[in-house]
Design a binder for this molecule. Structure first.
Ligand code: ZN
Length: 51
């Protein structure tokens, strides 16, 4: 059985340019009542919501 990850991505601007990050939470977390996506860029957590 595959473990699916949330497909949401976000483009974020860093000192070295734009980087696309991908949510690391399990698929369906938004529907489960957790509206914030979360990714990691190095040691920095990046959180966002669907617009
Ligand atoms: Zn997500």
């Amino acid at each position: 059985m595959e473990i699916s990850t949330c497909p949401a991505t976000k483009t974020t601007t860093t000192a070295t340019g734009d980087v696309e990050v991908r949510c690391t939470k399990p698929a369906g977390h938004v529907e489960s009542g957790d509206p914030r996506h979360e990714a990691r860029l190095g040691v920095f957590p990046i959180r966002w919501r669907e617009s």
